[in-house]
Design a protein around this ligand. Structure first.
Ligand code: 5AD
Ligand code: SF4
Length: 439
């Protein structure tokens, strides 16, 4: 039997793509290993959203050189977003001539064929498709988490935010048919999954390309009726496409969790326009107001970027002010990084690194204060926690997520894993809540 390692970089989409890559490998007789020195295949599923992500891949490949020398039969592959960029496949082969396999995001299903060719011909395979093919259904997946199943509902992105490389490497938006998604559910339920997370770059534009049309609210409605699933989450949303109908649908459906991850990116309408986000600060604040009106207990999180070209002190102040006003439960904060080939990379007025650093530090400080205050406000409340595992392996503590996607830790044993516990919150921390089983 041959062994494989898949090393994943980047977002949840990539994590799930790796589950599918693993599924295909296991279907042709590979088994997973942790040991790079004896593995028959090491596959890097890569990310290119920021330069730091690419640098991680470069240094990982650099470290693999020694292993390849001592184990020359090992196949080293690079796939995912990075090689999908123009010229990158050739650059990878030039920098790391010991890489045997390079493919992109549009031909994952061919992995077993590529490996067969390398083994038969002992020649490197480099295959990048510039256009996405039809969505391939029925590929197996080896899911890493036991309770939470990640399910892709759409591929690609048509938004072309001016800083973002994703549309160039993931292709145009393509929705999976609702029947194909629903058909997966009973199997997930019988494998013990309790929660599904619906994945797409912009799930709120789900279904625009389907005949007959079905929007994201309609899909949620259908999935809420599937008996095998207890909880439904989704990511990522786009504030431009998140409408009141969807808020009302989520408020009504019992299985859809009250967690809203709504990337705002900036609190300045001027910068939002330069980013091509398609909404203003006022629209965003109005949306938050509607969510809080219909779902007062909602957890709201976001992505924010500092240092977009032309961001002045006033723009940054507007971002800080928006954060204070919305009081996000948490934020993923990023320093803008110019990606080659995106419109923003060519904009004048790039912000000096030193200023970006000051801004992100101020932002993180503000967010941490608010996150802790919001968590403290949950002390004394009770939360429905889907128990995922033991903390630090058998410490007498278990952990899981609340419906709002906050980590909750409480005394209990492993028989609770997989069940939904009602937990009273006794103490709040920045990154998690402590509690005890409700009587
Ligand atoms: N530089 C910094 N952050 C970026 N993001 C996307 N592109 C860039 C970039 N060029 C951030 C956005 C997005 C998140 C996934 O990554 O905030 O929501
Ligand atoms: Fe990138 Fe914007 Fe698409 Fe998100 S919506 S993946 S930020 S282009």
């Amino acid at each position: 039997m041959k062994s494989y390692i898949i090393k994943t970089f980047g977002c949840q989409m990539n994590e799930h793509d790796s589950e599918v890559l693993a599924g295909m490998l296991e279907a042709v007789g590979y088994r997973s290993t942790e040991d790079t020195s004896t593995a028959d295949l090491v596959l890097l599923n890569t990310c290119c959203i920021r330069e730091t992500a690419e640098n991680k891949v470069f240094s990982y490949l650099g470290r693999l050189k020694r292993q390849k020398l001592s184990n020359p039969a090992m196949i080293i592959g690079v796939c995912g977003c990075m090689p999908q960029q123009e010229g990158m496949a050739a650059r990878l082969r030039q920098l790391f001539p010991y890489v045997d396999l390079v493919f992109g995001t549009h031909n994952v299903q061919q992995l077993p064929v590529f490996i067969g060719r390398i083994l038969a011909e002992r020649k490197p395979v480099v295959e990048i498709l510039t256009e996405p093919a039809e969505i391939i259904e029925g590929l197996p997946a080896v899911r890493k988490e036991g309770l939470r199943a990640w399910v892709t509902i759409m591929h690609g992105c048509d938004n072309y935010c001016t800083y973002c490389i994703v549309p160039y490497v993931r292709g145009r938006e393509r929705s999976r048919k609702p029947d194909d998604i629903i058909r997966e559910m009973p199997g997930l339920g019988s494998e013990g999954f309790k929660e599904v997370v619906l994945l797409g770059q912009n799930v709120n534009s789900y279904g625009k390309d389907l005949t007959p049309p079905l929007d994201f609210a309609g899909l949620l409605e259908k999935l809420d009726g599937v008996s095998s699933i207890e909880r439904i989450r989704y990511m990522t949303s786009h504030p431009r496409d998140f409408n009141e109908k969807l808020i009302l649908t989520i408020a009504r459906l019992g299985k859809v969790c009250e967690h809203f991850h709504l990337p705002v990116q900036s609190g300045s309408s001027r910068i939002l326009e330069k980013m091509h986000r398609g909404y203003t600060r006022e629209h965003y604040l109005g949306l938050i107001e509607k969510i809080r009106l219909h779902i007062p207990k909602a957890t709201i999180t976001t992505d924010i970027m500092v240092g977009f070209p032309g961001e002045e002190n006033d723009d940054f102040r507007a971002t800080m002010d928006l954060v204070s006003q919305v009081r996000f439960d948490s934020s993923y904060t990023f320093v803008y990084n110019a990606r080659p080939g995106t419109p923003a990379a060519g904009m004048a007025e790039q912000v000096p690194e030193e200023i970006k650093k000051q801004r992100i530090q101020a932002l993180i400080k503000l967010q941490n204060t608010i996150s802790l205050e919001n968590n403290k406000a949950e002390e004394g409340s009770w939360q429905e926690v889907l128990v995922e595992g033991e903390r630090n392996n058998a410490s007498g503590l278990v952990y899981g997520k609340s419906r709002g996607y906050k980590t909750v830790v409480f005394p209990g044993d492993k028989t609770l894993i997989g069940s939904t516990a009602h937990v009273t919150i006794t103490r709040a921390h920045l990154a998690y809540l402590e509690g005890s089983l409700k009587n």
